[in-house]
Design a protein around this ligand. Structure first.
Ligand SMILES: [Ca+2]
Ligand SMILES: [Ca+2]
Ligand SMILES: [Ca+2]
Ligand SMILES: [Ca+2]
Length: 363
């Protein structure tokens, strides 16, 4: 190597050593900065959002009136969602509900149109951090935090196949979660009377009159109660996040009506089958988690039957880990939609094969 390059090389190595030692000394300062950087990178990649999200392919959330039969698919007449909004969001946000009424289009009616559904928005201290808010049953102090607004809907042509908008809310009205760089809001839908099924969806927006995504936000729940699409063979997805200390999970499903299959796709699982409930019962199955599945999301798939597809199928679903803790289902899967390890590889091999087959001969 010429002398001038050798000197350059030595200077470069010296410089790198100096930077590394400075980094070690300053790691206490650098680590939080790095966390903020990673967090802001992550939040800049996510936009909220419709709930259910596009990737989930779930047409409607469903909450029955408190006199509904459990065999119609809702075990507790209550659905709780959380919305995370980044601390950097300064302009107001809106919580929009599509078809909040129970009657007219979409809803599942039995006899008289007698169902009332109450939607309530909570923020402030405890909205999320109260342990009762993070359970799958509406018991104890699950309405924790500060009630910001609520409205009860019955049959209402004004909001049938239309939107009702809660807000504006200042992002700082949510519960501040400094360690995640977010504010949390809680949205509770509760069937307070009647026996009909209210079908609805949410959109968390920066506009009162339009659906405009909130940059960097996400939504999640610990228990999903939803309507499957009627089309035979449809696939719906939920994306539970697996922490690095999770070694097994247990899935719990209610009132699946033996409609098709449920399967798990992840880096290690190509479609591991899960136990299925039938009519008005819970079924669960335990699944091992490998190191390579930690710190990422699972793709839990609900596959509608083909020949035996059940119309108007509502189901409840939640997951626990080996500690018995409930796993959050994020509308936007953390770490992206998981893929089985060989799927990418097989695609790449097929592409290489195509590429090689059209390469001109070297003669
Ligand atoms: Ca309706
Ligand atoms: Ca009714
Ligand atoms: Ca409705
Ligand atoms: Ca059902």
């Amino acid at each position: 190597m010429p002398q001038i390059l050798r000197n350059k090389n030595r200077n470069y190595i010296k410089m790198m050593k100096r930077i590394t030692s400075q980094m070690l000394v300053k790691s206490v300062v650098i680590f939080p900065a790095l966390f903020v950087l990673i967090n802001s990178f992550f939040t800049s990649q996510t936009l909220a959002q419709p709930v259910p999200a596009e990737d989930e392919n779930i047409p409607f959330l469903v909450t029955f009136g408190s006199a509904g039969l459990k065999s119609w698919g809702d075990d507790d007449y209550c659905q709780i969602f959380f919305l995370s909004v980044p601390l950097t969001q300064k302009t107001p946000i809106y919580i929009r509900v599509y078809d909040p009424d129970c009657g007219g289009q979409f809803d599942e009616m039995y006899g008289a149109e007698d169902t009332k559904t109450k939607f309530s928005i909570y923020g402030g201290v405890g909205a999320y951090t109260d342990k009762d808010a993070q359970k799958t049953e509406p018991v104890g102090n699950f309405k924790s935090g500060t009630l910001l607004d609520s409205k009860t809907f019955g049959v209402d042509p004004k909001y049938d196949n239309g939107w009702y908008t809660f807000g504006p809310f200042n992002p700082s009205d949510g519960e501040k979660m400094q360690e995640y760089g977010t504010y949390y809001f809680k949205i509770i839908a509760q069937g307070i009377q009647g026996d009909d099924g209210n079908l609805y969806t949410y959109y968390f927006s920066t506009s009162a009159s339009e659906n405009k995504r909130i940059e960097g936000s996400n939504a999640f729940t610990f228990e999903y109660t939803f309507r499957m699409p009627d089309k035979p063979g449809s696939v719906c997805h939920l994306y539970p996040y697996i922490r690095e200390d999770v070694v097994s999970i247990q899935q719990h499903n209610f009132d699946w009506d033996a409609d098709g299959q449920m399967r798990i796709v992840s880096y290690e699982k190509k479609g591991e089958l899960a136990a299925l409930s039938n009519e008005n019962d819970w079924k669960s199955s335990k699944h091992e988690i490998k190191k390579t599945e930690q710190k990422s999301s699972l793709d839990f798939q609900f596959v509608k039957g083909k020949a035996d597809a059940k119309p108007r199928n509502n189901i409840c679903f939640y997951m626990t880990n080996q500690f018995g803790e409930f796993l959050p289902f994020n509308a936007i899967p953390i770490g992206g939609v998981p893929k089985y390890k060989y799927d990418g590889l097989i695609n790449q091999m097929q592409q290489n094969e195509r590429f090689n087959s059209v390469k001109p001969s070297s003669k």
